[in-house]
Unconditional design. Sequence first.
Length: 159
Amino acid sequence: MNITIIAAVGKNNELGKNNDLIWRFKEDMKFFKESTTGKPIVMGLNTFYSLPKLLPNRKHIVLSNVPVSLPEEVTVVNSMEKLLRLIHSLDQEVMIIGGASIYHQFMPFANKLLLTEIDASSEADVYFPAFEKSEWEKKILSVQEENGITFEHVEYMKK
Ligand SMILES: NC(=O)c1ccc[n+]([C@@H]2O[C@H](COP(=O)([O-])OP(=O)(O)OC[C@H]3O[C@@H](n4cnc5c(N)ncnc54)[C@H](OP(=O)(O)O)[C@@H]3O)[C@@H](O)[C@H]2O)c1
């Protein structure tokens, strides 16, 4: 399976607060769009509800236990087991776009992390899982600054 986790994290692994993002940077939104367009995106129900709209040119796969009524183009899956089977059958890179509960469950299956590492900290109620850096090959893709805050786009490939 070709599973990539994509996330923006603060200095203390902050991910979000009140079911919303903490930071929004134009260049990071662009990076997210470029990295995910044309690929299936997997998310938890909370993250799906936090999206302003369906994201164009991406197959949406939502993990949820409850029978929810979502737009017909969204695939809803109710267990990790079924989701992993689906990902296997897709035979292409699948992007895990959050939130916290989904990142935690997918960390053992991911072979690539695309992280926006933000040089700032903030109050948060969800955090990215800690991971063993020595198990990953790190490559800094770019260093950016917006609104006085520095952030790096970093790729980690599983060794
Ligand atoms: N910084 C970033 O890059 C980034 C990216 C994405 C999201 N976020 C933030 O993360 C937060 C949301 O994260 P979250 O952890 O609260 O929610 P989430 O992971 O988006 O969704 C959680 C929901 O997904 C469903 N789910 C999870 N695991 C499941 C499983 N194994 N089987 C079936 N359903 C499952 C459950 O829905 P049911 O209740 O229906 O069972 C669960 O309540 C928000 O603040 C958001 O802004 C940040």
